[in-house]
Structures are given as C-alpha cells and as structure tokens.
Design a protein around this ligand. Sequence first.
Ligand SMILES: *Cc1c(COP(=O)(O)O)cnc(C)c1O
Length: 304
Amino acid sequence: MTLHIETPLLASAAFPGARVWLKMEALQPSGSFKLRGIGHACETRAARGARRIVASSGGNAGLAAAHAGRRLGLPVLVVVPETTSARARALLAREGAEVLVHGLSFQEANVHALSLLGEHDAFIHPFDDPLLWEGHASMIDEVARTGVRPDAVVLAVGGGGLLAGVVAGLRRQGWIDVPVFAVETAGADSYAQSLAAGERIELPAIASIATSLGARKVSQHAFDLARTHPITPVVVSDHDAVEACLRFMDDHRVVVEPACGAALALAYREEGPLAGFENVLVIVCGGATATVAQLQAWDEQLRM
Ligand SMILES: *Cc1c(COP(=O)(O)O)cnc(C)c1O
C-alpha cells in the first residue's frame, strides 16, 4: 500500500509544438505530488517507531504530512507562521492536524517546530530528505510503465525536492541523458541564481506569489545534481505563471497554483528551449491552496 495514488498520464493537444504528456499530480489526494515523498517518509518513520508527525509548512508539504498522518493513525502537529492564509489553515484542520500559529515567517515557525520535537516525533522537511526523493521518484516509474519515453521533462523548482526525485527516477530507468527544464518564478529563483553564481546563494526574501517555490536556498543535493545531469534553469514571471494556470483550467478543467503554473508557462510558449523535442513530459505538480477567485484576482493585479 502507498498513501499516494497512481496519477493519469494525459497526452495533451493543448500545447504548441511537441507532443506533451501531462503527469497529473494535481490529482493526488492531498492536492500535490508532495504526498509521494512525504507519504513515503511518514510511513518509513512510523515503521521505525515515530508516534507523531511534526511539520512546519502551511503549504502543500504540511497538507501532505497531515493527510499521511491521518491515514497512518498518527497525530500531526503543523507549526505555521501568521502569514499562512485562512484557507490553508482550514485545509490543515480538515485533515485533522493540530495547527499551531507561531512567528512572522516560515523561518520562525520552523525554529519553533524544531524546539518542540520529542523523542518519538518525526520531523518532516518539505524538500531536503532522501526519503522524499525516493517517494517522488515513483512518478517516473509510473510514466515508464505506460511505455512513454520522454525526451525532455519540465518541472517547477522550490527547494529542489521534486527535481531530486525526478532525476532519481530518470536514472533508475536508465534515462540519464533526458534533459530537465527546472522552472521558477522571478523573485523565487534561488536555483537559477545559484547555478549562475556557481554556488548556493540565499535570497534575502521571496518576491513572488508562487509561495510553494519560495525556498530562499535550495538543497545542496539539488544544486549538485546540475553537475551530473543535464538541467536547464528557466525563470518566468508571476503573470506568466498565473495566465498559464487560467489557460490550463480551461484546457484541462483542473485548478493548480502558480508554482505549477510556472512549469506550464514554459510548456505553453510557442518558441523557446522546448523547440525540437518530441515527447515532453510536464509534471503538473498541483497545489491545494489555489482557488479560481484568487487566480483571477492575481491576474487582474499583475496586468496593471
Ligand atoms: C513543493 C512544491 C513545489 C516545489 O517543490 P520542491 O521540492 O520544493 O522543489 C512546486 N509546486 C508545488 C505545487 C509544490 O507543492
């Protein structure tokens, strides 16, 4: 048994150029791909004796931990900063998690969560954990089982957990030469800036609405992967990401958040780095906190 589900792989005719394959992670029960890795991490830690799950993300990582804990019959504590939206708090509560509001930023909430850890608690990091990468890699196993062999992969990058999992999955299939386009929004582009600088940089602040991409510093492992795998960083605007979400909603009748819209924005481009590829795999990573009204409001604001 796994806590995540096998998601559909859709051949989409809505994108220009190449054949585009959509891995529909938005359909995971927690609303994003995070359930793969975090579900695997929670199951593993429970098997090793953990009696409580602790997380510090008000976003999709917290939701995945809350969902996993509920399914495993373990209590879940999620410490979130005051900036966490009412909707995110409500979704966490709906999954039965205890939500503790602490501090003005993710950093403060995270420090507080770590200070509360007891001997039998499993702390779940949102992206920097080999158990997460192993769980995320299962999405590539599923693609391979359908018989599709992509010649390029497009995904969004926050702290780099999804990237690390996808590259692990590609390697497991022997697809070591399949290039990965790693997309961020401007203002959350810690990966692109780190690769350009040749060392991991820390953004002073996140200046993007794509909060799920808002890791100020990517993991060392994700940074190092660019030395051994063909990874091309791409940066799109917030407005491109939101417009891609709205267009995708009309094309495929699924709501995703701007973090996911960033990857879709690259796939929707008429020209650019995807020209020449024949089977492009796009990870539709999802996002549970987006609403149609919020996407439309952002679109209005960013148009001005
Ligand atoms: C977490 C998340 C990302 C970024 O994943 P990382 O593993 O942090 O790189 C992108 N999109 C969505 C919807 C997410 O929840």
